[in-house]
Design a binder for this molecule. Structure first.
Ligand SMILES: [Fe+2]
Ligand SMILES: [Fe+2]
Length: 137
C-alpha cells in the first residue's frame, strides 16, 4: 500500500514518520510478491520493527508531555501493533501466510493512524497549535 496524503494527520513530524513506515511496508509487500529469499524479508521486517519502536516511543513521549487525556488507551493500541509485528516475524519463520498477514497489518496500522492518531492530532491542534508544524533535525 502506498502512502497517500489523505493519511496525513497534520502534525508534520508524525506524518513524515508514518510515511517512512508505509515505505517500509511497501518494500515488504514487494519482497513477498517477488518471492525474495528469507533473509531479505527477515532484514526488512527487522527494519520495520525497529523503526516502528522508534515511532511509537516518539508518539508516546509526546502524548505524555502534552498530557493527552487518551494517552493510556493509545499506548495500549501501540502494544497491539508490536504484538502483530512479532506475529509477522513468526509467520515468516514458518513461511506461512506472510502475504495475508502483511496486508492485514497494513490495513490495521492504517486504521490506527486514521482513527487513534488523528484523534490525538485534534487535541494537539487545539491545545498546542505551534507543534503542528514543528520540525525535528
Ligand atoms: Fe503513529
Ligand atoms: Fe499511534
Amino acid at each position: 500500500m502506498k502512502w497517500n496524503n489523505s493519511f496525513a494527520i497534520g502534525i508534520e513530524v508524525i506524518d513524515a514518520q508514518h510515511k517512512k513506515i508505509f515505505e517500509r511496508l511497501l518494500a515488504i509487500e514487494n519482497a513477498v510478491a517477488k518471492r525474495d529469499p528469507w533473509h531479505i524479508l527477515r532484514f526488512q521486517l527487522d527494519e520495520l520493527g525497529n523503526y516502528m519502536k522508534f515511532h511509537l516511543a516518539v508518539e508516546e513521549s509526546m502524548l505524555e508531555i502534552l498530557r493527552y487525556p487518551g494517552r493510556l488507551q493509545h499506548v495500549e493500541a501501540h502494544g497491539e501493533i508490536m504484538k502483530q509485528i512479532a506475529e509477522l516475524e513468526e509467520a515468516l519463520k514458518q513461511s506461512s501466510k506472510v502475504e495475508d498477514l502483511v496486508r492485514f497489518f497494513e490495513n490495521w496500522f492504517l486504521k490506527h493512524v486514521l482513527a487513534g492518531d488523528r484523534e490525538y492530532a485534534t487535541y494537539v491542534k487545539q491545545e498546542f497549535p505551534a507543534l503542528m508544524e514543528a520540525r525535528v533535525g
